[in-house]
Ligand binder design. Structure first.
Ligand code: DCP
Ligand code: CA
Length: 353
């Protein structure tokens, strides 16, 4: 099963966290362009503001008209701060999940091998406890299903769908709500009489390819046929990292023991990369010390690395670097590839490596 975690009104919630004095207010986070004091667009807004029709992407002057001024606070985006919170959430996710990936500043996919529902609930709760921020979680057989499920119960929501419920959720969905279908595609489909995914099944497959081209046409056919597992890669859900974490036999400061555990797990990351036609640029080692704190050390390569190869030397360097700066023993250790590069357009080259 796949778990998807999506933070609620992320930038605005991050602002609420450091500004308790704004509790109950409408918080509008803005990207100011600087031309005039109100030039620019809304990055996001909390749910108080959404009730007044303020939303992401809206011009700031319009948001000012909709949100009652006495109840509203307009703030500039602070990406560095949101990035720090995102990293904290990422540490929580990787602490609980064996295979996970952050797909944007506020979204994670986790592949759950065992019982997915309790794991998802645990992660959701731990994020809340350790960072003070709420998220919505979806659990489903496919990435598309999990992402849509997470969106159904926002904010602070939770939805588990098995295969039959996933199919019903997706088939009943309005076509424009399907993750990966843009505004233009939705409009064109409306023109063909398609309102829901179920309607899509009636359309001729050839027509879909003719109208939308081979790539998007095949994507829509897979959607109509319920092959959801194949869908998200074409859409916004591009995974930007892959990681694996494991518990050491006992807590230790022995670098070679840590390296052995890493070597054991690295094959899984490489298999994932291969399957998804990705290379990576950044290698990171995550450490959970005996006080259960998370740390990581990383390095980046000039050119992306492939699916095979041995990074023991680099990994040893990162481990030594960490041990030199931290006196505690390590309980869990993880290996992460980040800054993934898509090589699917270079199949022959990649295939030769
Ligand atoms: N964002 C942005 N401009 C947009 C959309 C989003 O700057 N047009 C930023 C601000 C959001 C963050 O990205 O906080 C995450 O985007 P989401 O689409 O997940 O939106 P939110 O997290 O804000 O809200 P939701 O509770 O609906 O997930
Ligand atoms: Ca979000």
């Amino acid at each position: 099963m796949i778990i998807h975690i999506d933070m609620d009104y992320f930038f605005a919630q991050a602002e609420e966290l450091r500004h308790p004095e704004y509790t109950g207010k409408i918080i509008v986070v803005c990207v100011y362009s600087g031309r005039t004091p109100d030039s620019g667009v809304v990055s996001t807004v909390n749910y108080e503001g959404r009730r007044y029709g303020v939303h992401s992407g809206m011009p700031i002057f319009k948001a000012r008209k909709r949100a009652p001024p006495q109840d509203s606070v307009f703030l500039p985006v602070d990406h560095e701060y949101y990035g720090e919170i995102s990293d904290r959430i990422d540490s929580v996710v990787t602490e609980y999940a064996e295979i996970s990936g952050r797909t944007s500043i506020d979204e994670w996919f986790i592949r759950a091998e065992g019982d997915a529902e309790p794991l998802a609930r645990k992660i959701k709760q731990a994020i809340r406890e350790k960072t003070g921020i709420t998220c919505s979680a979806g659990v489903a057989p496919s990435m598309l299903g999990a992402k849509m499920a997470a969106g159904m119960r926002k904010p602070d929501g939770f939805l588990f769908v098995d295969e039959a419920a996933e199919r019903k959720m997706i088939e009943d969905s309005d076509i424009e709500k399907v993750v990966g279908i843009g505004e233009k595609t939705a409009e064109a489909l409306h023109g063909l009489g398609v309102e829901t995914v179920k309607n899509l099944k009636k359309l001729d497959r050839m027509l879909l390819v003719e109208k939308f081209g081979k790539k998007s046409g095949s994507w829509l056919i897979a959607l109509a046929e319920g092959r959801y597992g194949e869908l998200l890669e074409y859409s916004e859900g591009e995974q930007s990292e892959v990681s694996r974490i494991g518990t050491l036999k006992e807590k230790t400061r022995d670098a070679s023991e840590m390296l052995e555990k890493i070597a054991e797990m690295e094959g899984d990351n490489q298999a994932w990369l291969k399957q998804h036609n990705k290379f990576f640029r950044t290698l990171a080692i995550a450490f959970v010390t005996e006080d259960m704190k998370n740390h990581s050390r990383s390095l980046s390569f000039k050119s992306p690395k492939g699916w095979t190869g041995d990074f023991r030397e680099e990994e040893m360097k990162l481990i030594r670097e960490f041990l030199a700066g931290n006196p505690l023993a390590v309980r869990r250790i993880g290996i992460r590839y980040a800054n993934l590069v898509d090589v699917s357009g270079q199949k022959t080259l990649a295939g030769e490596l």
